[in-house]
Design a protein around this ligand. Sequence first.
Ligand code: DGJ
Length: 727
Amino acid sequence: MRLPLLLNLVACCFFSSTVFPQTKTIPLETKRHALVLRVSDQKDVHICYLGKRLHQIGEYETIQDVYKQATDYTGLLNSAYTPSGSRNLAEPAISVTHADGNQSLDLRYVSHETQQLADGISLLEITLKDPVYPFEVRLFYKAYFDDDVVEQWSQIKHQERGTVTLHKFASANLHLKANAYWLRQYYGDWAREMQPEEERLTHGIKVLDSKLGTRAHLFQPPVFMVSLDRPATEREGEVLLGSLQWSGNFRTDLELDPQNNLRIISGVNNYASDYSIEKGEVFTTPIFMYTFSAQGKGLASRNLHNWARNHKLLDGNGQRLTLLNNWEATYFDFNEEKLKDLLKDTKKLGVDLFLLDDGWFANKYPRNGDTAGLGDWEENRSKLPNGISTLVKEASANGVKFGIWIEPEMVNPKSELYETHPDWVIKQPNRDEYYFRNQLVLDLSNPQVQDFVFGVVDDLFTKNPDLAYIKWDCNAVIYNAYSAHLNNQSHLYIEYVRGLYKVLERVRSKYPTVPMMLCSGGGGRVDYAALQYFTEYWPSDNTDPMERIFIQWENSYFYPAIASANHVTDWGKQPIKFRTDVAMMGKLGFDIVVDHLNDNDLKFCQNAVQTYNGIKEIIWHGDQYRLTHPRENSVASMLFVDKAKDNGVMFAYLVNNRYDEGSHLPIRLEGLDPERRYRISEINLYPGTSSPIAHEQVYSGDFLMKIGFNPQVRKGRESVILQMEAE
Ligand code: DGJ
């Protein structure tokens, strides 16, 4: 009951204030962070502070005095939800056309209330109304106290006679104050996901957005960071990490105004998406989430990981299955016999599950390549004459589990589904079809299509109750956006995503725990709205371990390692040990031809799976520390420490060897108990090799964090895993 009590105190204090008789301050506090809203005497709601939490809550009162010179409180620029067409001339969070054709909107404070939803979770709701039109917006701020995470969204509603059109409808509108701001953003493409760029923001508006529809995050993921005053490092600096929880088109505006305020407006992309609402209808935006840290990116990301595991990611605190996938081992070329051999290989490797990838379905137009069959989800009779159920049983007989790949949102024009239901496909009625990977997207705004997509999953589980895993792929973007089902075409991008969530809700209410991988031709769709339904995501088809160090590194700022599905494949030139070590920094899988491994490589992999089983708890549920960054050092190094600080696992890789560089200097560890002593040993050694690291050495946590430890990464020892065990 921490927050309401504080809020009441502050409310009393400000109601009785003689300095600002009409104003009200609404602080939203988490453990180390505060967002302070203020209601002016004009009833405008501003954000007057976003930053480190103050010791004395009453002191939020004076923030207005301190910023008075620099801030215009008439509502010209600062608003907690900027309306357009009236007094506020900044980039709007919301813009509308009223039922009578008028385009102005003003939003004034009506009331606010805070509820305690659970211990450490509060929900602040602020109601705003237009003084002229019967138009209302509710702003929601859900605060996760311990993790310093805030989720924001809004609800829009009117009582006008007729239809109101929403042209922009952001989830959140933040307002930051600093001397300068550095934006870390990402771009990408297939096999090049999560490429970072960091730059100082200049005045004007920087827009991060996507218009791709389904595989929406392919070119630009929704995650970003903003550092205040100077670029934050892992351990120092004020930084905000944010993202929209939405698996479709998004838009984040970062507007730096002439007074050096930074406004961050984030929501569904309004591109081609005017949304009409009728009298009384409630439009709820998706959630924008952020965390703020005054101790650098490291703390911010650990807070996000804790929040994700505790509150968002499906089964975030649970277990995961190691696996053998056949995609790169066979592509479309397999049959029952081959798969039975792979089931034996799964057992031989020692992993938990065999994952059958693309190519197992369709008969009229068999799925022997990516040009046909998508949509026809019955087993291909010539490849699998005895169906999936035989394989599921065979897997059990081998003591392993069985999982399967699907891409249920998509269709090849060469398919029976397309022939039967051309109206279920997103395409312009009067234009040539245009394909992405030879396929089109099904119209999930249509409830019949939702039933079909749910049916794909439901059928598989009904026929194979022991099915233990789903890889859900999504390989195409939406071209020629048009729905034969919708009357209002500008609703399509939004209704598609809502339709997808309806299907996923149904899947999860019937099959609440079965693990599912969120895949989109690599990492083309990763966000926290989708991850409520998935236990893991596929960061990239690029499994070259050198590239994966970088891709996994950037993802690790936003998503916990337990959610990162990392497979050992034949990509890259590195030896199997390097490839496996990199894949172990998350959820381990293999996609190799086990038969092709020489004796030592096979032995190494088998031992590695056992080693991984011994350390996976620390990686999945511990705290993650990025020690030395691969873009700034010759050695990249990542550490995981369990919550009790009993055990740690440190990964180190040679990422640059221009001058025979290696780790000549010790690397400082973090997160250990300074008072305890840790025994360090090298693990996951390749058969026949020995470690130069003395096994019996013991160091205090204090020593390891102040002086550090040298993993002796160098040519010939390009990849090293160290284990720390407290005595
Ligand atoms: C794209 C995925 O990213 C791959 O892992 C694989 O499942 C293929 N699709 C199958 O078509």
